[in-house]
Design a protein around this ligand. Structure first.
Ligand code: DNO
Length: 356
C-alpha cells in the first residue's frame, strides 16, 4: 500500500509539494493536468513537467485523478469515437511518463455535489455538507452558481466553468439517456480502451457517484457495491477496476463498507478513505477521519482492505478546514495530514497484529 495526498498542481493548489513531502509516510501525490478539459488528448510535455515538479520535491506521481470523460461518450453520440481515441492516446502518454493509474468517473454533467462547502461543525471547523431538500428546491444553474460562489475563488475539481456555463445544452443532450443506456455507454467505452490499458499497463479505477443517487433527474449508476461489481464483471480485464471511495458509497446509510471491499476483492486499485456523519435522511456532513467523529467504523474499513490484500494507492479524502487554513474546500493540508497519519496508524497496527 502506498499513501498519497491529492495535489491539484502549481497555481491551482494552495498546498505546496514541499509541505506534502513533510507528512510522514506520504510518498507521493495523486494529481492531474488541472486545466485540461474532458476529451482532450494530453500533451506529453505537460505531463513530464508535472512529473518533474513532483520528483523535484522528492515525491512520486502515484496516479492521475482525474482524466475526465467527455459527456459525448457518456451520452453515446457518434462523436464519442474521436474522444475515445484521445483518451487512448492519453493512456499511452501517461504510461510513457511512468504513470499507471487513472481515476475517473461516469457521472453525467456534474461531478461530486454538495450544497454547503463550509458548514460549521461542533468543534469550530467547517466541512462540506449535503442536504437533498436544498437540491429539490434548486434549479441546476443555481447549484453551479452557488458552488462557484462558495469556493473562494478556487475552481472545484470536476466543476469547470467553461463546461458548466450553459447547462441547458447538456441537460437536453441527456434527455434520452436512462440508466441502462448509461451502462451500455460505459461498456462501449471500457471495451474500447481496455486493450490499450493492458498494452500500456495502465489501471483504470472508476470513482463512485457522489452522492450515490440521481441528482436533478440525471441518471447515476456507480452507486453501490453491487453496481461496482457489475461494472468490473461487464468488461473483464486486469486493468478494469475501482476507486473505493468510502465517503461516496457511504452516502447510502445502509451501505456495508467492509462488505463492499470484500465483494470487490482484487479489483480495488485506489482507495479514498474518509468518514462522514449522517445527520438525517438525505443529509450528511463530512467529519474528521477518526471513527468516533462520524458514522463509519474506520478500523473495520482499513482491516477489510488489509484482509483482502489491498496493495494499491490510498489517500485520505476531504478534510475539515481547521486552524484557520484557507484552501480549496475539502482539500486543505492540515486535516488531510491528520487523516493520513490516522490511516497509517491503523494500517501499521493491523499489519503488526496479523503477524503476532
Ligand atoms: C471530489 C472527488 C471527485 C473525484 C472524481 C473522480 O472531491 O472525489 O471529484 O475526483 O469524481 O473522477
Amino acid at each position: 500500500m502506498k499513501m498519497g495526498l491529492r495535489w491539484f498542481g502549481e497555481g491551482y493548489d494552495t498546498v505546496s509539494l514541499e509541505k506534502i513531502r513533510q507528512v510522514p509516510g506520504v510518498s507521493g501525490v495523486i494529481t492531474t493536468l488541472y486545466g485540461a478539459m474532458p476529451g482532450e488528448d494530453w500533451e506529453k510535455e505537460k505531463v513530464l513537467a508535472l512529473k518533474r515538479s513532483a520528483e523535484n520535491a522528492g515525491l512520486e506521481i502515484l496516479g492521475i485523478e482525474s482524466v475526465n470523460i467527455h459527456d459525448d461518450i457518456k451520452i453515446g453520440l457518434p462523436t464519442r469515437d474521436q474522444y475515445i481515441e484521445n483518451y487512448i492516446s492519453t493512456i499511452r502518454t501517461l504510461s510513457e511518463c511512468g504513470i499507471h493509474l487513472i481515476c475517473y468517473n461516469f457521472m453525467p454533467v456534474f461531478d461530486w455535489t454538495r450544497t454547503d462547502l463550509a458548514k460549521p461543525r461542533h468543534d469550530g471547523s467547517t466541512v462540506l455538507a449535503y442536504d437533498q431538500r436544498v437540491i429539490d428546491q434548486m434549479d441546476p444553474d443555481n447549484l453551479f452558481a452557488s458552488m462557484e460562489a462558495r469556493s473562494q475563488g478556487h475552481v472545484l475539481p470536476g466543476w469547470e466553468p467553461e463546461r458548466l456555463a450553459n447547462l441547458k445544452e447538456p441537460f437536453e443532450k441527456y434527455k434520452d439517456v436512462d440508466e441502462e443506456k448509461l451502462w451500455a455507454n460505459l461498456k462501449y467505452f471500457l471495451e474500447a480502451i481496455m486493450p490499450a490499458c493492458e498494452k500500456y499497463g495502465v489501471k483504470m479505477a472508476i470513482h463512485p457517484d457522489d452522492p450515490g443517487w440521481s441528482v436533478f433527474g440525471l441518471p447515476r449508476i456507480i452507486t453501490s457495491g453491487e453496481n461496482l461489481r457489475r461494472m468490473v464483471d461487464m468488461v473483464p480485464s486486469p486493468c478494469n477496476g475501482v476507486t473505493l471511495c468510502t465517503g461516496s458509497l457511504g452516502t447510502n446509510p445502509n451501505a456495508d463498507l467492509p462488505g463492499i471491499i470484500h465483494l470487490l476483492k482484487g479489483k480495488i486499485f485506489f482507495a479514498h478513505v474518509r468518514n462522514m456523519e449522517h445527520t438525517a435522511p438525505g443529509q450528511f456532513e463530512e467529519s474528521a477521519h477518526l471513527s468516533s467523529d462520524g458514522s463509519f467504523d474506520m478500523f473495520a474499513i482499513v482491516k477489510a482492505l488489509y484482509d483482502t490484500g489491498f496493495d494499491g494507492v490510498m489517500r485520505p479524502d476531504h478534510g475539515r478546514m481547521i486552524w484557520g487554513e484557507q484552501a480549496m474546500p475539502g482539500y486543505g493540508l492540515y486535516d488531510r495530514a491528520l487523516g493520513s497519519q490516522y490511516l497509517l496508524g491503523l494500517w501499521e497496527a493491523i499489519t503488526k497484529l496479523s503477524h503476532c
